[in-house]
Design a binder for this molecule. Structure first.
Ligand code: FES
Ligand code: FES
Length: 195
């Protein structure tokens, strides 16, 4: 885990929204399965909309979201459940989408940063991340924001220690974490009543 210190700039909105603007606009997008693989049809709610995807059920949900459904706010880091860049909410629970088989999401609700950034809760986190200069390269930020959402929805008034534990599955190579922790603590105060 890298925890180097560095200079910051307030790019939370730009980092998250640029990814969000690439979101899919059609509800059903079949993908190509390898010829030897039997494709299945999987229906689930994605960012509030019913979608049906067809393809290899063992495909990583990360790849389905990014490559087939064009939700590139879901970032690809390690592809083995270690970095949290690919974090999403699956029925409200923070999960690494690289560790979820696409065939398992039928009937669930999937939320990515593209869906979450339309919420009032996001606005609070966006403002506090920007004010605290908690974004540098921005690559970890979609996952980090969803980790903050999962934490605050379970514990609206976390201690600093609880925030650090809550984001412990999300690696950031740039910020040193302190600004991110401060931003989440600020959001827990400024978002009173939202969580
Ligand atoms: S890409 Fe999924 S945890 Fe790193
Ligand atoms: S801001 Fe660069 S990885 Fe976190």
């Amino acid at each position: 885990m890298s925890k180097t210190q560095g200079s910051s700039h307030d790019g939370a909105t730009a980092a998250v929204m640029s990814a969000a603007n690439e979101a899919v606009t059609t509800a059903t997008l079949p993908t190509t399965a390898a010829p030897s693989v039997r494709a299945v049809s999987v229906s689930f709610v994605l960012n509030g909309r019913e979608v049906t995807w067809e393809g290899d059920p063992s495909a990583k949900l990360l790849d389905v979201l990014r490559d087939d459904l064009r939700l590139t706010g879901v970032k690809c880091g390690c592809r083995e459940g270690e970095c949290g860049a690919c974090s999403i909410l699956l029925d409200g629970v923070l999960v690494n989408s690289c560790m979820v088989a696409a065939g398992r999401v039928g009937g669930t609700e999937v939320t990515t940063i593209e869906g979450y950034c339309t919420t009032e809760r996001f606005k609070v986190l966006d403002a506090t991340f920007a004010r605290r200069s908690a974004v540098q390269c921005g690559y970890c930020i979609p996952g980090m924001v969803l980790a903050a959402e999962a934490l605050l929805s379970a514990n609206p008034h976390p201690t600093e220690e609880e925030v650090r534990t809550g984001i412990s599955g999300n690696l950031c190579r740039c910020t040193g974490y302190n600004a991110i922790v401060d931003a989440i603590l600020d959001a827990s105060k400024e978002g009173e009543g939202l969580w």
